[in-house]
Design a protein around this ligand. Structure first.
Ligand SMILES: Cc1cc2nc3c(=O)[nH]c(=O)nc-3n(C[C@H](O)[C@H](O)[C@H](O)COP(=O)(O)OP(=O)(O)OC[C@H]3O[C@@H](n4cnc5c(N)ncnc54)[C@H](O)[C@@H]3O)c2cc1C
Length: 289
């Protein structure tokens, strides 16, 4: 196995173009597990750790451009106001050691349906900035996940950053696991209220072949909030509306039975998480008014 250690982003892109099968390594918290278990034996490892800009973020008027390798710990400490859903999801990843190394670029690279960043990214809205020597493109987050542990990156592309919409309203993240830390999600759910566009977005983790949004549930709730004039009145969401939203979220999932949980349990848990997180975010929205 050859170890490539580019000193700059341009060198990294050139190395990926020359060796498209090279495996990028950032925090290494997924890559090293796969190598240690001999699940992967790449010809080349492409170490991204000397590229400082991958560990930085820029805050614009409406968006945050989050470098691919910004570790979860720094998202929690530095971006809680701008990206509350992702900061909450980051809290639930593994342990402090992993949160100091791993980041969103690696979660996207692995594209596991159980990755904790995904429901928050889907709910918050954004795009993945992919780059190669051929140029740069923005892949909408909804189009990024293409199959179980598959993503839309071309073989010569690397993730430079993730462009995320700054929160304009409350966001929440909820995860069910067998314990409170160091646990892969049995299922997870993210929700973001977007009062600027009067819409609601969601993200479901670990309950379908890829992370997904609960589109029908979003449309239902967005319409119900609008028709009830609730964005303006900030009155409580009627229980029937919350119940229907929960049922539609559960129905959007396509889970399987596996060692972590049954499909039936996952659907049930998603409904509970959807109702609870809607309650938390809506109460916060009301309090802010
Ligand atoms: C003990 C343990 C507990 C864990 N618990 C959780 C958990 O609770 N929740 C969770 O979501 N994850 C968990 N993980 C998995 C892992 O920590 C996360 O997926 C993390 O986000 C990976 O980030 P990383 O920087 O370490 O990625 P790496 O391991 O360096 O890379 C992961 C993948 O992304 C690719 N990649 C990395 N950077 C780029 C880039 N810039 N461009 C293109 N491809 C890139 C790599 O080639 C690889 O395929 C756990 C891992 C361990 C070891």
């Amino acid at each position: 196995m050859e170890f490539l250690r580019p000193a700059s982003w341009q060198e990294a892109l050139a190395a990926k173009a020359e060796h498209p099968t090279a495996l990028p390594i950032a925090g290494g918290t997924d890559v090293m597990v796969e190598i240690n278990f001999d699940h992967r034996r790449p010809d080349h490892l492409l170490d991204l750790n000397r590229i400082g800009e991958l560990e930085e973020w820029e805050t614009g008027t409406d968006t945050v451009r989050l470098g691919a390798s910004v570790p979860y710990a720094r998202i929690m400490s530095g971006l809680r106001a701008e990206l509350p859903g992702l900061a909450l999801a980051s809290h639930t990843v593994a342990s402090p050691q992993i949160r100091n190394r791993g980041g969103v670029g690696g979660n996207l690279g692995t594209a596991s349906p159980a990755g904790d960043a995904h429901p928050a990214l889907l709910a918050g809205g954004g795009a993945v900035e992919a780059e190669s020597v051929r140029g740069s493109r923005l892949i909408p987050i909804d189009d990024f996940y293409t199959g179980v542990k598959r993503n839309a990156l071309a073989p010569d592309e690397l993730i430079r950053a993730v462009h995320l919409k700054k929160a304009t309203g409350p966001q929440q993240f909820s995860k069910v696991g067998t314990r409170n830390a160091m646990v892969i999600a049995v299922c997870a759910f993210g929700i973001a209220l977007h009062p600027d566009t009067r819409t609601v977005r969601t993200g479901i983790g670990s309950a379908a072949p890829t992370p997904i949004r609960a589109g029908t549930a979003e449309e239902f709730l967005t319409a119900a909030l609008d028709e009830g004039g609730l964005w303006d009145s900030r009155k409580p969401v009627p229980p029937a509306v919350a119940g229907q939203f929960a049922a539609l979220v559960a129905g959007a999932a396509n889970p399987i039975d596996d060692v972590r949980g049954t499909a039936a349990y996952r659907r049930h848990a998603l409904g509970v998480m959807a109702r609870r997180t809607l309650g938390w975010t809506w109460e916060q929205y009301r309090a802010e008014g």
